[in-house]
Design a protein. Structure first.
Length: 334
């Protein structure tokens, strides 16, 4: 299963009550003009983040991103010129950000050791999952604060369920806006959000999944792990106008049953494609199982493939909705 389941200037002003703080001098001359900002015009940021307080008095200039979701938000905001390291992908980086991603040093396939992380001399770390900020990973948020390294954790990845953001497109846009404020690229963040709002409106208008029963098959085989009624898969299914056959499952994902699948007879099967469980593997299982291969959707190859990173609330969820919409339209099942 996936992740689901350095030194800053001492003169930099940081609030004594902050649990997490970050400050940095002006960007180095190597930073791209599109991502630099004037420290003198920067409005200090203070916000609550997964139960911690993030206080930033000057925009960070040496960012390390941990987990694909965080990496792609940073790239969407044009921060590659300030990224000194990145780590841990679930699948391929979106083509939209692939060129920029190639300019950023990859510190590790998964989480880097603390030594490798610190060797990049970051002044800020941004992660999509709470597991990044553990002692066995790059260090706890408190440990990093002691090293004068600021941190931000995606509100979808908070360790405490009570702190987690609601799984909505609006929550994803709020994260983009908050990160934009930390790095003083608020106008870019507003542009990204506006573009996504327009793209989502088009998907909803097309309603390519209207009248279709959909199985969102995430992983596993004996007991299918499926998209439930309270997360990214449900948001995408709602956006295209379809019906999730496992909408009764609370949360983003959960254990389904093949008996329910056979009974529901889905019109379409969405296959999540991830490094730990590929779409090809799941398709082969469906086509070779003596019962499941008889499903009309399997016999008709009514499959839609979505990268796992486009099924989780975040910067690529609208991209996922658009992809599902286009693939449904191509299947022409109505």
């Amino acid at each position: 299963m996936s992740l689901r389941r350095l030194v800053l200037p001492l003169l930099c002003a940081v609030s004594a009550t902050s649990v997490v703080a970050a400050c940095a001098g002006p960007p180095s001359s190597s930073s791209s003009s599109a991502t630099t900002s004037s420290a003198t015009s920067f409005t200090p940021v203070s916000l609550d983040n997964c139960g911690d307080k993030v206080t930033v008095s000057s925009p960070p200039t040496r960012l390390v991103t941990l987990n694909q979701g965080a990496t792609e938000v940073a790239l969407a905001l044009g921060l590659e010129g300030r990224m000194v390291g990145t780590a841990y992908l679930d699948d391929e980086i979106s083509p939209r950000y692939a060129a920029a991603y190639k300019t950023v040093p990859v510190l590790s396939k998964e989480y880097p050791s603390q030594e490798t992380f610190l060797a990049a001399r970051p002044d800020f770390a941004y992660a999509a999952y709470a597991s990044a900020f553990e002692s066995k990973a790059v260090g706890t948020r408190n440990e990093l604060q002691q090293k004068r390294i600021g941190t931000y954790l995606s509100p979808f990845g908070c360790a405490d369920v009570a702190d987690k953001a609601a799984p909505t497109f609006e929550s994803a846009w709020k994260e983009i806006t908050q990160v934009g404020s930390i790095f003083d690229v608020t106008k870019k963040a507003e542009s990204v959000v506006a573009d996504q709002q327009g793209e989502l409106a088009d998907v909803r208008k097309q309603a390519a999944g209207k009248g279709l029963k959909i199985l969102w098959y995430d992983s596993a085989d004996k007991t299918p792990f499926v998209g439930g009624g309270g997360g990214g898969p449900q948001l995408v299914i709602d956006a295209v106008g379809g019906t999730n056959i496992f909408a009764n499952i609370k949360g983003g994902w959960g254990d389904g049953s093949w008996e329910k699948v056979v009974s529901a007879q889905p019109d379409v099967i969405v296959l999540a494609d991830a490094s730990w469980d590929t779409a090809a593997k799941k398709k082969a299982y469906l086509k070779n199982d003596p019962v499941l291969k008889k499903l009309e959707a399997v016999q008709d190859n009514a499959f839609v493939v979505v990268p796992f990173s486009e099924s989780t609330p975040g910067v690529r969820l609208v991209e996922g909705a658009h992809s599902v919409s286009d693939q449904l339209a191509a299947l022409n099942l109505k």
